[in-house]
Design a binder for this molecule. Structure first.
Ligand SMILES: Cc1cc2nc3c(=O)[nH]c(=O)nc-3n(C[C@H](O)[C@H](O)[C@H](O)COP(=O)(O)OP(=O)(O)OC[C@H]3O[C@@H](n4cnc5c(N)ncnc54)[C@H](O)[C@@H]3O)c2cc1C
Length: 309
C-alpha cells in the first residue's frame, strides 16, 4: 500500500523506498499501524515495514474485546482504566460497524474471589470512570448503567453456568471487536490515505548506524521477502513496534540492550452456542476457583471462549 494509492486501491511497491523518511516503523500490528496513522496525518513522511501480512502477529488473534480494562481495577490502575474507557468511546463512535456495544455479565458465586460485594464495587467504579461514555453518542450506541441480575434472571440469560453457589451476576456494557483484522486494515487504509507508505512481506534485518557505539540509529536494512532483494531505508526516527519480537529486532544491533521479552501464547476455542442456538447475545466474564478468568463471547452465532492477554 503506498501514498499514491487511493484508500481502496492497494499497491505494493519498493521502487522509491531508498530515500530518507521522517519516521520508519518496524511492525505492522495495531501499534505500528496506529503510529503510522498518527505520524502521516501530522505531515511526517512515514514508512511502515511488516515482515508478514498486516496484523499477522498478535493483533489479528485477540480475544476480540475492546475493553475499558475493568480487570485492571484489581491492580488499582485507575489511570489506565480511564484512558482505555476514553479510547473505547472514541472507537465505538468512529467505527460502530466494527466495535459493537455488548452486554457483559460477571457472575458471582459464594466462593468468588474477589467477593461479590467487591466485584459490585468494581463494576460501579468502572461505570463512574466511564462518566462520558454517552457523550455525543446516538441513541443506538448509548450505554446503560450496570445492574444486578438475580440468580434466576442470570440463569435465563446464561443457562450453562455452574449453579452451585451461584448468587447472581452484574450486567454492564463493554465493546467487542468481532473482526480485529478489519479494524486494523481500516487503520492501515487511513494511514495510506494520509500519505504513509505501508509495506507488508518486508522484513527488517538490521539497523543502519554510523556512530561507533551504534546508539544513533539512522535507518534499517530490509529484505523484500517476495523478491529476495535487499534495501536500505533511512529515517530521522525509527520506531520498533515489533510487539513480542522487539527484542529479536534489537538483537540485530549486535550489542546488548537489556531488553528481554517472555513470550506466551493464548488459546481460544470457537464452539457451538453454549446457551443453545440463537442464545449467545451476552458476553460472560467469569472467573474460575483457581482465579483464572475466561471470557465467553458471542461470535457470529457461536461461542468464542478465550483468555485475554
Ligand atoms: C491471547 C491474547 C489475547 C488478547 N486479547 C485482547 C483483546 O481482547 N483486546 C485487546 O485490546 N487486546 C488484546 N490482546 C493484546 C493485543 O492483542 C496486543 O496488545 C496487540 O495486538 C499488540 O500489537 P502490536 O502491534 O504491539 O504487536 P503485533 O500485533 O504482534 O505486531 C508486531 C508485528 O511486528 C512484526 N515484526 C516482527 N519482527 C519484524 C521484523 N524483523 N521486520 C518486520 N516486521 C516484524 C510481526 O510480524 C508483527 O506483525 C491480547 C493479546 C493476547 C496475547
Amino acid at each position: 500500500m503506498n501514498s499514491a494509492s487511493s484508500a481502496f486501491a492497494i499497491q505494493r511497491s519498493l521502487n522509491d523506498v531508498e530515500q530518507e523518511f521522517d519516521v520508519v516503523i518496524i511492525g505492522g500490528g495495531i501499534t505500528g499501524i496506529s503510529v503510522a496513522r498518527e505520524a502521516a496525518s501530522r505531515g511526517l513522511k512515514t514508512i511502515l515495514l511488516e515482515r508478514g501480512d498486516f496484523g499477522s502477529g498478535t493483533s489479528a488473534a485477540t480475544t476480540k474485546y475492546i475493553h475499558g480494562g475493568i480487570r485492571y481495577l484489581e491492580q488499582y490502575d485507575v489511570a489506565v482504566v480511564r484512558e482505555s474507557l476514553r479510547e473505547r468511546r472514541i472507537l465505538a463512535l468512529g467505527a460502530p460497524h466494527l466495535v459493537e456495544q455488548t452486554r457483559f455479565i460477571m457472575p458471582a458465586w459464594r466462593w468468588s474471589k474477589p467477593p461479590t460485594a467487591l466485584i459490585g464495587a468494581g463494576v460501579l467504579l468502572y461505570d463512574t470512570l466511564a462518566f462520558d461514555r454517552n457523550l455525543r453518542a446516538p441513541d443506538s450506541l448509548r450505554i446503560p448503567h450496570p445492574r444486578w441480575l438475580s440468580r434466576s434472571k442470570l440463569l435465563t440469560a446464561v443457562p450453562w453456568l455452574d449453579q452451585s453457589g451461584l448468587q447472581g451476576g452484574f450486567a454492564y456494557h463493554d465493546t467487542l471487536n468481532v473482526h480485529p483484522e478489519r479494524l486494523l486494515l481500516a487503520y492501515a487504509k487511513s494511514s495510506a490515505a494520509a500519505g504513509a507508505v505501508l509495506l507488508n512481506h518486508t522484513r527488517v534485518t538490521g539497523f543502519v548506524s554510523t556512530s561507533s557505539d551504534r546508539l544513533r540509529i539512522e535507518g534499517v536494512a530490509v529484505t523484500d521477502v517476495l523478491s529476495g532483494r535487499d534495501y536500505t531505508i533511512t529515517g530521522k526516527v525509527v520506531v520498533n513496534a515489533a510487539g513480542p519480537w522487539i527484542d529479536k529486532v534489537l538483537e540485530t544491533l549486535g550489542k546488548g540492550t537489556g531488553v528481554g521479552v517472555d513470550r506466551s501464547k493464548g488459546v481460544h476455542i470457537l464452539t457451538r452456542p453454549l446457551g443453545g442456538p440463537g442464545r449467545v447475545a451476552d458476553a460472560v466474564f467469569a472467573r474460575a476457583q483457581s482465579g483464572r478468568h475466561v471470557i465467553v463471547s458471542p461470535w457470529m452465532g457461536k461461542s468464542f471462549i478465550g483468555p485475554t492477554d
